[in-house]
Design a protein around this ligand. Structure first.
Ligand code: CP3
Length: 346
């Protein structure tokens, strides 16, 4: 099969113009998404309804012609599949019934070994299959999950907190319990991604939204080592499927992440300087990202300048044009169109 532009870059080619997609590109900034979301009932119902989830996955491709689709799901489906209660409360974001060290991780392990966890995640694989069938062969299809550290922080706290402090505290106070939780998430994430690949995903991405809140030693233990294990497991079965890692906020830690985890490409967050990214990361592997999602929402000449700057500094090497975090719900559609025209030089 001919490789998509995204896959060519992730295998090391430099393309001008670069392929482009946006993190969280299926979502509330699209009026057609809001319609389907209302039809589905809750956000969770939408994630678990393969017909509607496939429809919203394709919406940004149909509207903007992005070079990649990303399956519509959420990183918190993994804790749900492991048996944790999950709710998305209107206007509040996600909520999980917080785990404590008194909680029996063996019951969660059992759900993996016996199969209920995989059954709970099966709708996502079905969505992947439906999207692959509907999608043009030159458009890539990205599967994803959260990284163990980020997912563990939500499992322990129930929701986001400033700098995920309670999860960090749990990791310090109960390191053995926390390591068991991370091990469980490594196994579940690797199996989940392998199932998405088997269903038709040709690339996968690990979202590590909270990689940036850890000191160096804990970053090694809870981010780098578990990520490496997931990548090794996937590579043993699917050596040609590229893995993108997105350790948001990792700062100087990006260099070790790029060197030591085995990922094929890194997602650069919007705080990093393009020339630093070129010299320290792109010199070693393909990079994706950088543009500030707030700037895309703001628009105007500053947006044009930032897009041009990223292309000028990174455009001669392997680059996937993207945001440095997810697109915001208040982003005007016209700004996305303007961005695409600028990147594609039309
Ligand atoms: O990129 C895509 O278009 C695919 C879908 C996708 C969603 N979530 C859909 C979603 C992806 C890749 C995610 C990843 C995700 N989910 C992350 C990592 C990336 C990041 O943004 O940091 C995290 C931390 C989550 C957990 C999560 N889900 C939060 C914190 C929230 C609330 C914040 C918000 O944007 O409302 C969600 C809800 C969520 N996930 C929505 C969507 C489209 C909005 C829900 C709605 O439609 O009401």
């Amino acid at each position: 099969m001919r490789k998509s532009l995204l896959q060519r870059v992730l295998h090391g080619e430099s393309l001008r113009p670069p392929p482009v997609w946006l993190m969280r590109q299926a979502g509330r900034y699209l009026p057609e998404y809001r319609k389907v979301r209302d039809r589905a009932g809750s956000f969770l119902d939408l994630c678990l309804n393969p017909e509607l989830a496939a429809e919203v996955t394709l919406q940004p491709i149909d509207r903007f012609g992005f070079d990649a689709a990303i399956v519509f799901a959420d990183i918190l489906l993994v804790p749900m599949a492991l048996g944790q209660r999950l709710e998305f409360r209107e206007g509040e974001g996600p909520w999980l019934e917080p785990l404590t060290q008194a909680d029996d991780l063996a019951a969660m392990r059992q759900r993996l070994e016996d199969g209920p966890a995989w059954q709970a995640l099966a709708p996502v694989a079905e969505t992947v299959g439906r999207v692959r069938t509907a999608l043009a062969p030159e458009t890539a299809l990205i599967g994803f999950c959260g990284s163990p550290w980020t997912v563990a922080t939500y499992m322990v706290q129930g929701a986001s907190q400033p700098d995920q402090a309670q999860a960090r505290r749990m990791a310090y106070e109960q390191p053995e319990w926390f390591a068991q939780l991370i091990d469980l998430l490594v196994d579940c994430s690797a199996g989940y991604l392998a199932r998405q690949i088997a269903a038709g995903a040709d690339t996968v991405q690990l979202f590590d939204t909270w990689a940036g809140v850890l000191p160096a030693a804990e970053f090694e233990r809870w981010v780098i080592a578990p990520t490496r294990r997931i990548v090794e497991t996937l590579k043993a079965k699917h050596p040609d499927v590229p893995v993108i890692g997105f350790p948001r906020g990792a700062g100087a830690g990006y260099v070790r992440y790029a060197r030591e985890t085995g990922v094929d490409a890194v997602g650069a967050d919007y705080t990093l300087a393009p020339d630093w990214v070129r010299d320290e990361l792109q010199a070693r592997l393909p990079v994706q990202g950088l543009l500030d999602p707030v700037l895309l929402a703001a628009g105007g000449p500053e947006l044009d300048r930032s897009v041009d700057g990223i292309l000028e500094v990174l455009g001669d090497g392997p680059l996937v044009f993207n945001l440095g975090h997810g697109i915001l719900p208040q982003t005007p559609l016209a700004h996305v169109e303007r961005l695409l025209a600028r990147v594609r030089g039309s």
